[in-house]
Design a protein around this ligand. Structure first.
Ligand code: FPP
Length: 226
């Protein structure tokens, strides 16, 4: 969800205003994904590198997250009606205790919802995720539960944060940036990229529809010949 800072700067507002509108757009786009039948969508809300931002900005992003989680709690019935299951990935243990608790509750309460998974990456890093998976598998090998030479890609897919998710099909990056920025590195091996110059607070449901329509036109070969 990139470009919040620039969006605010263009309007002479503090960066934090951009994040505030960005959080509203997140909710709108998430609901729209559910409405158009996308089974799983992930949003990059806060990276392991984002702690380097000014303390005030980090605190405000955490506040937005807290506020949204409290609202999700109040809107449990609406979540049930929509059938959205909430999931979090990242090193959650480094987040404020109340946010960890709220996130856990939201995951538990929406566990049975089956229309769409909305996955929020918070304190997430793709390399960190792969490193954690490697450590988990190394321990299983040490305990002789697995044989190192027989490890498969599937073993890694099962050891990362998202064992129950499908591989990523489409990666949308707004705000004109052309980088993957450590996002879902393992899952995006064959993802189709879609870039847009729109800053995240200006991102619309129509633009999402356009990305999905473009995606539907792509010929995906997964390394094979056409
Ligand atoms: C990147 O844009 C954005 C972030 C690091 C924060 C995104 C967080 C939210 C939208 C709110 C999270 C809350 C919920 C409820 C999901 P940037 O600040 O780097 O923008 P810039 O590149 O223009 O500076």
């Amino acid at each position: 969800m990139d470009g919040n800072g620039r969006w605010a700067k263009e309007r002479g507002l503090p960066r934090t205003e951009g994040h505030k509108i960005g959080a509203e757009v997140f909710e709108k786009i998430c609901d729209h994904c559910c409405d158009i039948g996308i089974p799983c969508v992930s949003f990059y809300a806060f990276s392991t590198e984002n702690w380097a931002r000014p303390q005030e900005e980090v605190a405000q992003i955490m506040d937005l997250l807290r506020h949204w989680l409290q609202k999700a709690e109040e809107r449990q019935e609406e979540n049930r009606r929509r059938g959205i299951r909430l999931r979090f990935i990242g090193e959650m243990s480094k987040l404020p205790d109340d946010i960890q608790q709220l996130a856990q509750d939201a995951q538990k309460k929406t566990k049975a919802h089956s229309n769409m998974i909305c996955n929020l990456a918070v304190n997430y890093g793709g390399r960190q995720e792969i490193l954690q998976a490697a450590k988990r598998l190394a321990l299983q090998c040490q305990r002789r539960e697995k044989d190192p030479m027989s490890l498969t890609e599937e073993d890694i897919s099962k050891a990362i944060y998202t064992p129950e998710f499908p591989d990523m099909d489409l990666l949308i990056r707004p705000s004109g940036e052309l980088r993957i920025s450590n996002f879902l590195l393992w899952q995006s091996a064959y993802a189709e990229f879609w870039y847009s110059n729109t800053l995240w607070p200006d991102f619309t449901t129509q633009e999402l529809d356009k990305a999905v329509a473009d995606f539907a036109q792509r010929g995906r070969r997964f390394g094979g010949a056409q």
